[in-house]
Design a protein around this ligand. Structure first.
Ligand code: UDP
Ligand code: MG
Length: 321
């Protein structure tokens, strides 16, 4: 279960949540830029909450060292890699701030714009999402698939998911509390935030190049993430199968009528075996597609039924659970 909103003794104003997985090259620069930022945010108490998603490259030791030097740095270490969305969830579960900002560890999201995001939130917006005006240093493949994905998603989802946004955003505490109550195992936080429905505003920014290292989202992980997005926010795929089924039924009814007509009123007949093979292949294919789609949803119900925790924390620094 998520930690409930326990009474906070002098809560920080802003929590910065950073999911981090094998970012040993990026971490020193990231910490430096975040600490500079903390200096700039006068009168605003800050906590920087790193969620170590089972790193195996020494990131964990760097995090502990940083926590020992800076009381504002807090760390949750997962027992293994649970994935980016689980790491974000843990961060949101443990962030104490009146506002919470989610940011990636690879410096693609510039921390320097956080004060601007905070400014907009203070104007009364519960969600200030950073929207990518441009994205340098990413492959044409990543850009093209991302553009296609966001457009496809908005076509099939009822929830208005803003275009070209990642998880880089600043949200209010009441939005965080709403998110904590949503415990679905297949998580697409970019869709869950607009689902809550509070006031939101976009803040355009230029996405930077990854500071160092390589992406932690290889193609298969990206595909799984995209499938989670579509399947957990839309039942359009289920309906598509109904429409395909209806279409097939109408087609075969038409075919039967044509065959009957030819047989009864003309001298022509359709060669039996080829027509039968085509029909069997067509109908069989459609049935398998529909079964597969149903399977995707049933599998998700199965996962939800198990009701397992979304992550397991192995250790913490500067943080009591
Ligand atoms: N990340 C994570 N767990 C994972 C994969 C990624 O916590 O299993 C973190 C990663 O360290 C980074 C953020 O999620 O802070 C986004 O990952 P990445 O930059 O590799 O994704 P991309 O920007 O290439 O989509
Ligand atoms: Mg990145």
């Amino acid at each position: 279960m998520p930690p409930t909103s326990s009474p906070r003794s002098s809560p920080p104003t802003l929590s910065i949540v950073v999911p981090i997985f094998n970012e040993v090259e990026c971490f020193p620069k990231l910490l430096e830029r975040l600490l500079v930022l903390a200096g700039r945010l006068e009168g605003c108490e800050l906590e920087i909450l790193f969620v170590n998603d089972g790193s195996t490259d020494g990131t964990g030791a760097l995090l502990d060292a940083a926590a020992a030097m800076h009381p504002a740095v807090k760390v949750l270490h997962f027992s293994r890699n649970f994935g980016h969305q689980a790491a974000l969830t843990a961060g949101l579960d443990h962030a104490e701030g009146d506002f919470v900002c989610i940011i990636d560890a690879d410096l693609q999201d510039p921390p320097e714009i956080i004060p601007d995001l905070l400014g907009r939130a203070r104007e009364g917006f519960d969600i200030v999402y950073a929207q990518r005006r441009s994205r340098t240093g990413e492959s044409w493949f990543k850009k093209a698939t991302a553009a296609l994905f966001y457009r496809l998603l908005s076509a099939v989802c009822r929830v208005p998911i803003p275009m070209d946004t990642g998880d880089f955003r600043l949200v209010s505490r009441r939005l965080v509390l709403a998110l904590r109550s949503m415990r679905e195992p297949h998580r697409f936080i970019r869709g869950m935030v607009p689902w809550v429905g509070f006031r939101s505003v976009a803040f355009p920014y230029d996405r930077q190049e990854r500071f160092a290292g390589t992406t932690k989202y290889p193609l298969m992980k990206m595909i799984r993430f995209a499938a989670d997005a579509v399947l957990s926010f839309s039942n359009v795929p289920l309906r598509i199968s109904t429409f395909i089924g209806l279409g097939m039924t109408c087609l075969s009814a038409l075919g039967i009528l044509v065959m009957l007509y030819l047989r009864l009123f003309t001298v022509y007949t359709v060669p039996g075996i080829s027509a039968v093979i085509c029909l069997i292949l067509g109908v069989g294919g459609v049935q398998f597609i529909i079964l597969g789609m149903l399977g995707e949803y049933v599998g998700r119900i199965f996962e939800q039924g198990k009701n397992r925790p979304l992550y397991v924390v192995a250790a913490t620094a500067n943080l009591k659970l």
